[in-house]
Design a binder for this molecule. Structure first.
Ligand SMILES: [Zn+2]
Length: 773
């Protein structure tokens, strides 16, 4: 795969398919007035229809908020936010007064099945009129109006005259937060809900339980929080380092606190969907009540991250336990869906458990996957009796989907596609676009993250409806959400950094007005919007200013492409020195013909706005040459395609998302065409091991050479033991050999053997930079 033309943003960002996906957007632009054009309207998400009116409204201390219900939360919210932003303290009145007013009206719908989330907002010199069928619609109209008001103390605020008609495309517009790996205070949870509401999103997925901590008080089972909410230490640094501290770590929410948060969210029209993980990710529960495991324990609440083999045993007592927990959860949360997890549940304990094996026989199940399906279906039956529905991660498809279950597709979009085709509701949250625990900028300049690379333009290019679905099937896509797993996110400040501003991009995607082919329009609005983050003291990522890079193969080998908000602001050096405002200005792709280090940064008005980025190139006989792969890498770890392996850039082992190609269960068979016959005596490459992420060394690596591209002769072979001894830094030195073609075969470990993380699943094989000397 070659990255070329206008689709290049960075080596790992948008791919053609998502960019070309058609998203319909209707913005009626009649006049640009008061300095506003559609590009710098201070609105995110951009409404469905905007008409500019050639006048403006003046907000001052004589302005009145008119509301049929003067005690409505919406009117109070509007009043308080205007006060916070401008200092103006406006009265709320319920009877009509003449003059300067902001009028909130709810209309009785004349049809059933009306859109509660729709609103109409008109701003003119006479006043502001906001119309909706519900308080929710009013609330969204208020959020839009508030975005017109600058964050600045003032007696008089001029707002642009507009006429807006707006409603969202997707019903599920969600944000998730993992509070198990790290715990966050009630105050921050409320702030998080504020952010969700600010962007007119409507769902908060609260990941309350996991191996590393049980975070919700359950009255019937006090040990869940007495024991399960505590751990004797946490992992420090990246998983690969396997380092731990010994600090006691804890935190949980009382039922009173949860009631308070649920009410807070309801006022802001946000539904909280609680998640209680089962049958896997259950170690905190099993540490508290080991009798519900297969082995009886004892267990410890997990200190490290990863997937653990001890899971709930499907005994009758376990179901009673889980049903009692779910009953309390259901009483606390009024959401239609209860998320029951269902992901990453190893089968090794069930394989070796007499009870599990006899249950498989008794129920006529085929294997442990069907036993998982039995488990989920039994839980579903119970949840359905309470008038609720279950949702689970896409693994709940394995062994057969429960009859009424909805699926959250995280391992890509395939699970979501399969579920929609089976007429089950789906929420899309694929790792490729919706995992906000991934890096959003160059990992060198970012705080430690899980891995992966999901810059904001990639989030913006996401289309929740895959091309594979027909119009009838697409109806089952409820929407999308971003997931924030907190293994590497210890503080609320850091959570903000990971979601802002990516959440702004997602909000426009799920509102249905994102136009991926005009990312620049969004980016312009966002840059103005950043001022609001500054004023609010939100800790946001400045990766948007970062110089991003891409490589492609050009006439003379590797070409290095730099991009920034405004490319003419990029300055760079090739001698390893720091770029200053006197450094070379970037004008066109840099042709890399010899090994060097390039540093670049973005400047505005002579001032450096971004961190400087740095890229070292090791140019050798295979750099920039044609390379073909027999099997393609996984979509999440291979957007740069085969060229990644010969682009002169070596992958960083602790940040395996960016520079590596990842293959799930497949071998790497790569052929490099050196263009002419060369004398070679050394081949190097790197493979990764990170067991917790199910990444394993290949079981064999072989180098072959050929002069004609048909007959290949083996040069060197490395066994599993040799690969292990070399720690994945494979280097084969041999006597001078003539070759025009080089073939590299790295055999995937295949199915992960028992006793290892991810046992029974396909192993990942990660490889980077092949160099030939
Ligand atoms: Zn068992």
């Amino acid at each position: 795969m070659q990255l070329r033309g206008i689709f290049i943003f960075t080596k790992f960002s948008v791919n053609k398919q998502t960019l070309m996906t058609k998203i319909f957007l209707s913005i009626f632009l009649f006049l640009s007035f008061l300095g506003y054009s559609q590009e710098n309207l201070p609105l995110i998400p951009i409404p469905k229809q905007i008409e500019f009116v050639n006048e403006f409204f003046e907000l001052d201390k004589s302005t009145v908020i008119l509301s049929q219900d003067s005690n409505s939360f919406e009117a109070l919210f509007l009043k308080e936010t205007i006060k916070l932003k401008t200092g103006l303290d406006l009265p709320i009145k319920s009877t009509y007064t003449k003059g300067n007013s902001i009028q909130l009206s709810i209309q009785i719908p004349d049809t059933i099945g009306f859109d509660r989330e729709k609103y109409e907002l008109s701003i003119s010199k006479k006043g502001v009129q906001l119309l909706s069928f519900s308080n929710q619609g009013l609330f969204y109209g208020i959020q839009t109006f508030l975005q017109f008001i600058p964050f600045q103390k003032s007696d008089k605020v001029k707002t642009q005259g507009v006429s807006i008609s707006d409603s969202p495309k997707f019903k599920w517009r969600g944000m998730h937060l993992d509070v198990s790996r790290h715990f966050f205070s009630i105050d921050f949870i409320k702030k998080y809900i504020d952010y969700i509401a600010m962007y007119k999103m409507n769902t908060f997925h609260w990941h309350l339980t996991d191996d590393q901590g049980w975070r919700i008080e359950i009255k019937k089972y006090p040990k869940l929080t007495e024991i399960g909410a505590w751990r004797d230490g946490s992992m420090v640094g990246h998983y690969n380092e396997q380092r731990f501290d010994t600090l006691r770590y804890s935190g949980f929410y009382t039922q009173e606190e949860i009631k308070e948060v649920v009410k807070y969210a309801q006022q802001r029209h946000v539904t909280i969907v609680p998640e209680i993980e089962m049958p896997g990710h259950a170690l905190a529960a099993l540490a508290s009540y080991p009798e519900f495991s297969c082995t009886g324990g004892p267990f410890e609440v997990a200190k490290g991250w990863g997937v653990f083999e001890d899971v709930f045993c499907p005994k009758d007592e376990t179901f009673v336990f889980l049903e009692n927990i779910l009953s309390e959860v259901i009483d606390l949360f009024p959401s239609k869906y209860i998320h029951i997890g269902g992901d990453e549940s190893p089968k090794v304990r069930w394989k070796n458990c007499a009870h599990c094996q006899s249950l498989i026989k008794k129920e006529g199940l085929k294997d442990e996957h069907e036993l998982q399906s039995y488990f989920i279906q039994r839980i579903e039956k119970f949840v359905n009796t309470k008038g609720r529905k279950i949702m689970g991660w896409d693994e709940i498809l394995e062994g057969g989907l429960a009859p009424n279950a909805a699926v959250m597709s995280w391992r890509g979009t395939e699970g979501g596609i399969a579920a929609a085709k089976q007429k089950h509701f789906v929420v899309m949250s694929p790792g490729s676009h919706c995992y906000f625990d991934h890096y959003q900028g160059d990992p060198k300049n970012e705080p430690l993250a899980f891995g992966g690379y999901t810059p904001i333009e990639k989030v913006y290019a996401f289309n929740p409806i895959p091309n594979e679905l027909s119009i009838e099937e697409a109806v089952y896509i409820l929407g999308a959400q971003a997931n924030v797993w907190t293994e590497y996110i210890e503080t609320s400040n850091h959570v903000e950094y990971m979601i802002m501003p990516r959440m702004a991009a997602l909000s426009e995607v799920v509102w249905g007005t994102a136009n991926a082919s005009d990312y620049k329009n969004f980016e312009n609005r966002l840059i103005d919007h950043l001022d609001f983050y500054e004023k609010m003291g939100i800790n946001y990522s400045k990766a948007i200013y970062e110089v991003t890079t891409a490589v492609s193969s050009g006439k003379n080998g590797v070409e290095f492409i730099l991009k920034a908000v405004n490319p003419s602001g990029i300055r760079f050096t090739t001698d390893g020195s720091q770029p200053t405002n006197k450094a070379m200005i970037y004008t066109s792709p840099i042709s890399i013909t010899k090994s060097c280090t390039i540093k670049a940064a973005y400047f505005e008005n002579e001032k450096q706005k971004s961190n400087s980025i740095e890229q070292t190139f090791n140019i050798n006989k295979s750099s920039g040459k044609k390379i073909t792969l027999e099997h393609q890498p996984h979509e999440n770890y291979g957007i740069g395609g085969s060229f990644t392996l010969v682009d002169g850039m070596k992958g960083n082992p602790s940040k395996f998302g960016r520079d590596w190609l990842g293959f799930s269960g497949k071998d790497v068979v790569a052929t490099i065409d050196l263009n002419k016959i060369e004398t070679i005596s050394k081949i190097k490459l790197n493979v990764l091991k990170s067991k917790g992420s199910w990444i394993y060394y290949p079981k064999e690596i072989e180098f072959l050479h050929s002069e004609d591209g048909n007959r290949y002769t083996s040069i060197k072979k490395f066994s599993e033991v040799e690969i292990e001894n070399l720690k994945g830094n494979i280097e084969g030195i041999f006597k001078n050999t003539q070759a025009k073609y080089i073939k590299i075969i790295a055999k995937n470990l295949g199915v992960i053997p028992d006793g290892n993380p991810g046992a029974g699943s396909k192993a990942w094989l990660f490889i980077d930079e092949i160099s030939v000397e």
